[in-house]
Design a protein around this ligand. Structure first.
Ligand code: EPU
Length: 427
């Protein structure tokens, strides 16, 4: 599967963004905490990671069906199996949330060690330590995470060593059915964490402080079904804004919560973009030539690590030298060698990409190494002269849906060759 892009046309127009992948992965897992009544999730993005997670829940005994194009119904009253299918669970990072879910619901879990993008070591020690602090035993054996809490979980005070997104989500899920109150200290503060907290509250849990570094969760005896709309995908929105910047275009992203992109907007403006921000849209007009900027990735509200590769693609043609320091993952630079095939001059020194902006990039055959690295190559292809073929779309489609359709809507010359996409096969 690959994209063929003929670059050089400034993008122009507007697109709407999907629901947030990383929110949906958390909330779909958490929906199966409810033992009574069905949950309806709206604005669910049709990415392959999401569909794989649905498969896992089905294998555990939950009924999971799309009742409308983006509306997922989850009824988990018959969730009785504590062993997740190994091959499915090992594919994605979000499957770790199934451990928190199963511990809370059934008191035991067996879930393959997660996969996900190859962007660093990505250990799960914070998750396991958190489960232990809640009174479970948790360990890794024969490639799987095993966890047990035969007499249930008990609320406690937990300090997460780093503000890990995944560990915060997992411990929120586990503690929402624990006895008593749990305090998560040094919790991650991403908007998706707040989305999960709002969702859990709708199911009958008491969650306070999400969006700050201390989250308090009062465990409920049982949770019931509900209805919830997933927040817009700030990372998808940021990707299209970077594509607008790189191609010298004028792009509006609609259906977003601009506050979630405050740091990104600040950097786009520093790079010379003119922005118009309304209640639910961001409109970008690129400068004649992008200005070099220095950026350091940080957990929210800092500049998101997921937008580092798309930003570097936009800076590859900037006027001057940019320094992009990656502080969240130790190896998010696999895309750099592929960008070099297009004439980009990017040198990686430890955790920092040194980007010497070039006048022009030229199209080339390249391979996506992971979701956001793949998005960076697509963006570079749009900004390059001539034809770029981006292979490895199975990675890109874990986090983007109908990328070629949306880019075509913005006037790009892009086509996709290969098997049907997740969104085409999901209903
Ligand atoms: N870490 C540990 N131990 C742990 C957990 C994390 O050392 O137990 C380290 C990681 O190795 C990393 C840092 O802590 O260096 C932060 O990792 P975090 O736990 O915050 O990330 P994650 O939960 O594994 C999620 C998203 C990523 C996104 C990051 C950061 C999902 C499924 N994945 O990963 O999304 O980059 O948060 O915001 O939600 C993507 O969408 O392309 C993607 C990779």
């Amino acid at each position: 599967m690959h994209f063929t892009i003929t670059g050089g046309t400034p993008l122009k127009g507007s697109i709407s963004v999907n629901g947030a992948k990383n929110s949906a992965l958390a909330i779909i897992s958490a929906a199966a905490l409810a033992a009574e009544g069905a949950t309806y999730l709206e604005n669910v993005p049709l990415y392959t990671d999401i569909l794989d997670l649905c498969e896992i829940l089905r294998a555990l005994g939950a009924e999971v069906t799309f009742v409308d194009r983006r509306v997922l119904k989850i009824d988990a009253k018959n969730l009785t199996n504590h062993v997740a299918p190994y091959e499915k669970a090992r594919k994605l990072r979000g499957s770790t949330y199934i451990v928190g879910l199963l511990l809370a619901r059934l008191g035991r879990a067996e879930v393959a060690m997660p996969g996900g993008c190859d962007i660093g070591a990505r250990p799960i020690d914070f998750h396991l330590r958190g489960f232990e602090a809640l009174g479970a035993k948790a360990w890794v054996e024969h490639g799987s995470i095993l966890a047990e809490a035969r007499s249930g979980l008990s609320g406690t005070n937990l300090f997460i060593d780093r503000a890990s997104f995944g560990a915060t989500i997992n411990l929120m899920i586990a503690s929402s059915l624990a006895r008593g109150t749990t305090y998560l200290e040094n919790a991650a503060r991403e908007p998706e964490i707040v989305d999960l907290a709002n969702f859990l509250t709708g199911l009958g849990a008491t969650v306070r402080g999400a969006g700050t570094s201390t989250i308090r969760i009062e465990g409920a005896k049982r949770l019931h079904g509900g209805r919830h709309e997933i927040i817009p995908d700030r990372l998808e929105a940021g990707t299209y804004l970077m594509a607008g910047l790189a191609s010298g275009g004028e792009v509006a992203v609609k259906g977003v919560i601009p506050e979630h992109l405050a740091t990104v907007c600040a950097k786009l403006e520093e790079a010379g973009a003119a922005l118009e921000i309304s209640a639910d849209a961001i409109q970008l007009k690129a400068p004649a030539r992008v200005r070099a900027v220095d950026v350091q990735t940080q957990p929210h509200p800092g500049f998101p690590t997921d937008l580092h590769p798309p930003l570097v693609a936009a800076l590859a043609r900037a006027d001057g030298i940019s320094l992009v320091q990656e502080t969240v993952f130790e190896n998010r630079f696999h895309y750099v060698n592929e960008l070099a095939r297009m004439g980009a001059n990017v040198r990686v020194d430890r955790d920092t990409a040194i980007v010497r902006g070039q006048e022009r990039l030229s199209g080339a055959p390249v391979e996506a190494p992971d979701i956001r690295g793949g998005a960076a190559l697509v963006i570079a292809g749009l900004a390059a002269e001539g034809r770029t073929v981006v292979g490895g779309l199975q990675y890109v489609e874990r986090g983007y849906e109908d990328l070629e359709g949306k880019l075509s809507q913005l006037g790009a010359d892009v086509s996709r060759d290969g098997e049907a996409t997740a969104s085409e096969v999901s209903l």
